[in-house]
Design a protein around this ligand. Structure first.
Ligand code: 13P
Length: 258
């Protein structure tokens, strides 16, 4: 993490978990545990249906309520989808784009990810863009090429100025929900590689301002070690973000010396 140049962000991804009542109960619990004076940005991405409930429940705290996906079109005949302006109108700031589960189950492609990143930036949302390799790809030795392709296509048409409003999350698919975390060296290597890529596509100044998160079985026990790596600027946390005490421990682990 490097607070001099970029924000530390601890983001939860609740996926398809928690009803509205469970969301209220979670907020009541987390409120008691939120670390004092923490500079990290706190984000909880959740099913859009519960955003308003969560915003009320977290009112007066530093918790940002975000969502897990959206459409790239502004409006129209897209049954079941959410338009970017529907989110900003509710005061939503963060949206996860291109999570591997969306890529795997809902036809999210590098092209649609790029259109969604564009739509997010045009609407004033901060996209948390997910990239990551499968186990097979890692074993074939193509991880860095794959990450480069995913990052470059997601950011096609994004200017250096706009890059400041983009968050990237490195989430190796083999580490998601498996309890198998990337080692801090593996995670650092990937995040460092992504930053080097940004330096090449943009410049050093733009690259050092981007927050790059790690996601994949980050939990209360391993967070401190992962977050201590120089190019890991936070976490995107699934399972452990559903448990107030665990999420609060990860928040505390993100505290840096001033
Ligand atoms: P887990 O933390 O449950 O492995 O999920 C990670 C993830 O997919 C966050 O987006």
């Amino acid at each position: 993490m490097n607070r001099h140049y970029r924000k530390t962000i601890i983001a939860g991804n609740w996926k398809m978990n928690k009803t509205a009542s469970e969301t209220v109960a979670f907020a009541a619990e987390l409120r008691k545990l939120l670390p004092e004076g923490l500079k990290s940005e706190i984000v909880l991405c959740m099913p859009a249906l519960n955003v308003t409930t969560a915003q009320k429940a977290f009112k007066g705290t530093k918790v940002n309520v975000g969502v897990e996906t959206m459409h790239y079109q502004a409006k129209g005949a897209f049954t079941g989808e959410l338009a970017p302006a529907m989110l900003t109108d509710l005061g939503v700031k963060y949206v996860i784009i291109g999570h591997s589960e969306r890529r795997q189950y809902y036809n999210e492609t590098d092209q649609s990810v790029n259109r969604k990143v564009r739509a997010a930036l045009d609407t004033g949302l901060i996209p948390i863009v997910c990239v990551g390799e499968s186990l097979a790809q890692r074993e074939m030795g193509v991880t860095s090429e794959l990450l480069a392709y995913q990052v470059m296509s997601a950011l096609s048409g994004v200017s250096a100025r706009e890059l400041r409003r983009v968050v990237i999350a490195y989430e190796p698919i083999w580490a998601i929900g498996t309890g198998k975390t990337a080692t801090s060296e593996q995670a650092q290597e990937a995040c460092e590689g992504i930053r080097a890529l940004l330096r090449k596509k943009y410049d050093a100044r733009a690259a050092r301002a981007v927050s790059i998160l790690y996601g994949g079985s980050m939990n209360a026990k391993n967070a401190a070690e992962l977050l201590a790596m120089p190019d890991i600027d936070g976490g995107l946390i699934g399972g452990a973000s559903l448990i107030p005490a665990d999420f609060a421990t990860i928040l505390e682990a993100s505290r840096q010396e001033a």
